[in-house]
Design a binder for this molecule. Structure first.
Ligand code: ATP
Ligand code: MG
Length: 254
């Protein structure tokens, strides 16, 4: 197992956003996290990636307890994410956005790399080369010098993926990457998620878009009201009465 969540709970005052959430993700798989609005999906990402500390429970990643580590520490362990609301540096170029993603992982950090010594310049060239390769990988070749705010929406989502991959994660967490995409962009995203897995990166995917979830995921956990109500293959989940009642009935009708 690459990641296990054991009895994760998160309370916000009187609200139980997550209660005893447990699941396990195999290395090299694509694992989906689905459920209705407010089910706790993003809160789980936030607890995993150090934005929040869980109120109880444990995350084990690559065999180590990472519960409650800070955001930079979690990134250094090899977990990267994208955000439900796109968070790019809008006034920076496409290339710079990806390079910033890489700096979250390097020892020197973003400001260290600004130093003018030779080693830093060599590292900078290396980071730039990797960033260009990643932009090619996500389908944004030739867009390097555009300001990220000028990219169409679907491309901004791809740029977020490239930036997250720049940190060379072993687990990539995607929070609703298909949101706002048109059907052909969604097809491209499904292909991209498969290619990311083929690179050896395990994927944890929050998504409402059922064609994506059912098409790419090896296994799914279904959250409802902060609790896991099913963890199974997409085919099993599709036929689970509780899941259909809580969520899929409405989602399929969308
Ligand atoms: N910082 C916070 N303070 C208080 N309540 C919060 C906070 N973050 C999330 N919540 C609450 O926790 C619950 C779960 O929210 P969360 O954003 O995790 O849901 P979600 O499954 O990601 O929903 P969606 O599909 O709409 O993105 C909601 O009731 C939400 O209002
Ligand atoms: Mg969410």
């Amino acid at each position: 197992m690459l990641l296990t969540a054991q009895n994760i709970s998160k309370r916000f005052g009187g609200l139980a956003a997550l209660t005893d959430v447990s699941f396990a993700i195999d290395r090299g798989s694509i694992f989906g996290l689905i459920g209705p609005n407010g089910a706790g999906k993003t809160t789980l990402f936030n607890c995993l990636t150090g934005v929040y500390k869980p109120s109880a429970g444990r995350f084990t990643f690559e065999g180590a307890d990472i519960t409650g580590l800070s955001e930079p520490k979690v990134a250094q362990r090899g977990i990267a994410r994208t955000f439900q609301n796109i968070r790019l540096f809008r006034e920076m170029t496409v290339l710079e956005n990806v390079m910033v993603g890489r700096h979250s992982r390097t020892a020197a950090g973003l400001w260290g790399a600004v130093a003018r010594d030779r080693a830093a310049r060599a590292e900078e060239r290396d980071i730039q080369r990797t960033a260009v390769e990643l932009l090619d990988f996500v389908g944004l070749a030739g867009q390097e010098d555009r300001l990220s705010k000028h990219l169409p929406y679907g491309h901004q989502r791809r740029l977020e993926v490239a930036r997250a991959l720049a940190a060379e994660p072993s687990l990539l967490c995607l929070d609703e990457p298909a949101a706002g995409m048109n059907p052909s962009e969604v097809n491209g995203l499904m292909t991209l998620i498969g290619l990311i897995r083929d690179r050896g990166v395990t994927v944890l995917l929050i998504e409402h878009h059922m064609r994506v979830v059912m098409g790419v995921c090896d296994r799914l956990a279904v959250l409802d009201g902060g609790c896991v109500i099913a963890e199974a293959t997409p085919a099993e989940v599709r036929n689970d009465r509780r899941v259909v009642e809580a969520y899929l009935g409405a989602a399929v009708a969308q």
